[in-house]
Write a protein that binds this ligand. Structure first.
Ligand SMILES: NC(=O)c1ccc[n+]([C@@H]2O[C@H](COP(=O)([O-])OP(=O)(O)OC[C@H]3O[C@@H](n4cnc5c(N)ncnc54)[C@H](O)[C@@H]3O)[C@@H](O)[C@H]2O)c1
Ligand SMILES: O=P(O)(O)OC[C@@H](O)[C@@H](O)[C@H](O)[C@H](O)CO
Length: 400
């Protein structure tokens, strides 16, 4: 550690979760937080103001606004400055999106070599992304750039990659309406950050609001297959029916029923797999429905539905719980409706949506189910997805 009075955190991604959640917890726990990002105006603002405001978008928040201080920025594509930040760091976190982990891995590998040469010891790198095993994935990506045996041994001994589950809804906000600047961020009051205890190397960091567990997979899947599953289905059905936001979409009874039904289906499988109590799990679902309906949060369905190819991946929020239902021979009718809605997601501004639509046109739906969802051809689950897809076509015609 740099010194007990001056702890250094480096956080990749000065976006919504970076500023609105992880960076803020680190700063409130006494770290000086350096944000690394590729957006120059964000980095310039961080270096000009060294602080920003968080507004709590909720009913009667205890503390409606918070000032986050002791922050600065570094361009992620400035190798010298970034390397110094990696060497100086006592902890590194990320919230850049799962696809960007591969990109930052090269700089992290160079920084790890530099730490070894500088005689630095323990460091933990926590990838705070909506993905099972995000930190382990980052570790593997970093290892692809580490060829020196000494560096490999150093990384094995000193660099920890605890996985985590990260939960707080941080939507895009109208910063002018919040009376702030480019750094201002609006968040719901709720937050949960659960980190894999056994994977830490060296002393555990003390971070306000960070909870430790030795059963992380259960918590990541509980969150991804419940909240993110319901969120994604709301977004895709909402988009299909012409709604702008999550709360608007859920006022539609047809959508609400499928979303709630899908979360109950994934819940039944999660309880079988991880031993959660079903009654407790139902309360967890109700709380999530309430969070989705938060009238102070206007979360765009295009943000929640972003990158459908990632969200349709075999271990992600839609196919992952469906496979779990298949494993335990449980119903999955609403989940397949959600998958079908994602396959309909046709937003020219989202590159992955365009890619999915082109794939369907070129190869046909059944091939896409096989290639993207990794469901076998002619299986019952593929048939259900196709059936729901065709039903939703009619819905699309009614509403457009
Ligand atoms: N917003 C939420 O409600 C929420 C909640 C929980 C988890 N997450 C997860 O957090 C992650 C980030 O989501 P977000 O909503 O904050 O997205 P965001 O787009 O607001 O932020 C991502 C940031 O990463 C930056 N970035 C891109 N490439 C980079 C690079 N090479 N180096 C450094 N920075 C780079 C972007 O410029 C952007 O500022 C995602 O994995 C998401 O699933 C989001
Ligand atoms: O960030 P994504 O694209 O994986 O998913 C979109 C939303 O579901 C997500 O950002 C939630 O708001 C968040 O996971 C709440 O904790």
């Amino acid at each position: 550690m740099s010194s007990s009075m001056n702890k250094e955190a480096l956080h990749f991604g000065a976006g919504n979760i970076g500023r609105g959640f992880i960076g803020a917890l680190l700063a409130e726990s006494g770290y000086h937080v350096t944000f690394a990002d590729v957006v120059e105006k964000l980095i310039n603002a961080l270096n000009e103001y060294h602080s920003y405001t968080i507004t709590i978008l909720d009913v009667d928040p205890e503390e409606p606004r918070k000032e986050i201080r002791n922050v600065s920025g570094v361009m992620s594509n400035d190798p010298v400055a970034l390397n110094k930040a990696i060497v100086d760091a006592d902890i590194i976190t990320t919230a850049v999106g799962p696809n960007v982990l591969r990109i930052i891995a090269r700089s992290l590998a160079a920084g790890i070599t530099a730490r070894r040469k500088a005689g630095k010891e323990y460091l933990n790198i926590i990838a705070c992304e909506n993905m099972t095993g995000a930190s382990s994935h980052l570790q593997n990506e970093i290892l692809k750039h580490i060829t020196d045996e000494e560096d490999k041994a150093y990384m094995e001994e000193y660099i920890g990659f605890p996985n985590c589950a990260v939960d707080r809804i941080v939507p895009p906000v109208d910063q002018a309406a919040l009376g702030g600047n480019i750094l201002s961020v609006g968040v719901e009051a709720f937050f949960e950050w659960i980190v894999e205890e056994p994977a830490f190397k060296g002393p555990r960091p003390e971070i306000k609001g960070m909870k430790l567990t030795d059963n992380l997979v259960a918590y990541v899947q509980r969150k991804l297959f419940t909240l993110n599953c319901g969120h994604a289905i709301t977004a895709y059905l909402g988009y299909l029916k012409g709604y702008q936001t999550v709360d608007q979409s859920l006022k539609d009874r047809q959508i609400e029923e499928v979303v709630h039904g899908a979360m109950l289906e994934s819940g039944a499988a999660l309880c079988k797999k991880h031993g959660f109590d079903f009654e407790e799990h139902k309360k967890y679902i109700e709380k999530i429905m309430k969070r989705f309906r938060n009238p102070y949060i206007k979360d765009d369905v295009a943000r929640v539905g972003r990158e459908p190819l990632r969200k349709l991946g075999p271990a992600d929020r839609l196919v992952g719980p469906t496979k779990m239902c298949l494993e335990y021979k449980l119903p999955y009718r609403n989940l397949t409706k959600g998958i079908a809605a994602a396959l309909h997601y046709d937003n020219p501004e989202d590159k992955q949506s365009v890619e999915v639509q082109n794939k369907i046109k070129e190869k046909g739906l059944e091939s896409v189910c096989e290639e993207v969802l990794q469901f076998p051809r002619d299986s019952d689950v593929t048939k259900q997805v196709i059936e729901s897809y065709n039903e939703l076509k009619a819905l699309k015609k009614q509403t457009v």
